[in-house]
Design a protein around this ligand. Structure first.
Ligand SMILES: *[C@@H]1O[C@H](CO)[C@@H](O)[C@H](O)[C@H]1NC(C)=O
Ligand SMILES: *[C@@H]1O[C@H](CO)[C@@H](O)[C@H](O)[C@H]1NC(C)=O
Length: 329
């Protein structure tokens, strides 16, 4: 009898933890060290896994060279990691043939932070999230939505797939792996809340958000209206500096006077959409390239530098911005 209240309390705590685990989608936080001088550099590639085809291998070689030159700290993948239908399971040979055997340069053997693309959702999503892949290749890490705290910058990775209505309403014969996402409304409202909260709590000098889908794009897919309506207001309210995505198979930079956010597409990891360009206000289209390539980001306390490269490693475009030391922190 004397022990009963204690055991009840243990049960209560167990139930409470279970409840929290099930119903609070607190984003996982990962720590990424910056360089000893506090700066950070990384590459961004998207829409890549084609067993080396469509210049995937050429892009990988140049990433290796630029990665070495910039002494990168990590690599970001904006999703569509494996074509056409993600991975069929943890033993799918695409993992080796489209990732491990392609990104072989020493400078690329850093942490990769991967998000999922719509093509990844057409396979076994949980395979890509599995730690077994990290055992096979230690640079691999893929989660749905998470935060990387890199000191000077905080990077918010958002799984944008569940936002897109048409994958649910007109799947066009594709089967999407929505395990862990349903019920969708609840999942999305939780996710938005967590991203908002994470951004509000962030004291990092630079705030970056990464997702697979476009918010603003002059490419084939154009804007993703669901993200314009639901995610963009949160990014604007929290003074996000960059939104980085893939999905459109091009390299582009859009910047509009009504928002301080820079919209950057790095989706040129393999097959490109040559000539597939929409009209966009030339004042806002800072750069558009419809071939293959990748992007680099270099961050210091007061300056952020972007560059886009083609399959030969040529710099196609550069952009920079600066912030005063006293503006935050
Ligand atoms: C590879 O890149 C070159 C240079 O941009 C381009 O001319 C060629 O068409 C590309 N090949 C493929 C298969 O996309
Ligand atoms: C930043 O970009 C401007 C052009 O917009 C250029 O004149 C300047 O040299 C760049 N600064 C650095 C440090 O690269």
């Amino acid at each position: 009898m004397v022990n009963q209240p204690k055991s009840l309390r243990v049960i209560f705590i167990a139930i409470q933890s279970l409840f929290l685990a099930l119903f609070s989608a607190e984003l996982e936080r990962l720590e990424q060290a910056a360089k000893p001088d506090g700066t950070l550099s990384f590459l961004v590639v998207g829409d890549w896994g084609r067993r080396g085809a469509y210049n995937q291998s050429e892009v990988a070689v140049q990433m290796g060279i630029i990665g070495e030159k910039l002494d990168i700290d990590f690599v970001i993948s904006t999703g569509d990691n494996f074509y056409d239908n993600g991975l069929s399971g943890i033993d799918d040979t695409s993992f080796d043939e489209s990732f491990t055997k392609i990104y072989t340069a020493p400078s690329l053997q850093k942490q990769w932070y991967n998000v999922l693309g719509n093509h990844d959702y057409r396979g076994d999503v949980e395979a890509q999230l599995s730690p077994i892949l990290t055992n096979l290749d230690k640079k691999w890490l893929c989660l749905r939505s998470f935060i990387v705290n890199a000191e000077i910058a905080e990077i918010f990775f958002v799984d944008t797939n569940p936002f897109v209505d048409k994958y649910f309403t007109e799947p066009e014969g594709h089967v999407y792996d929505w395990r862990g996402i349903l019920p969708r409304e609840k999942y999305l409202s939780n996710l938005l809340k967590e991203v908002d909260l994470g951004l509000k709590q962030s004291s990092a000098k630079w705030k970056i958000v990464v997702g697979h889908h476009t918010i603003r794009s002059a490419g084939h897919h154009g804007d993703t209206e669901e993200l314009v309506g639901q995610l963009l207001p949160i990014l604007q309210e929290n003074n996000v500096d960059l939104y980085i995505n893939g999905h459109d198979h091009c390299l582009e930079h859009i910047s509009s006077p009504d928002s301080a956010i820079q919209f950057l597409t790095s989706g040129g990891g393999s097959k490109a959409w040559r000539g597939d360009v929409r009209w966009w206000n030339p004042e806002e289209t800072k750069f558009y390239y419809d071939g293959q390539g990748f992007m680099s980001v270099q961050i210091a306390q007061t300056q952020l530098d972007i560059a886009f490269y083609d399959v030969f490693g040529n710099v196609l475009y550069k952009w920079n911005t600066s912030k005063q030391l006293h503006s935050t922190m």
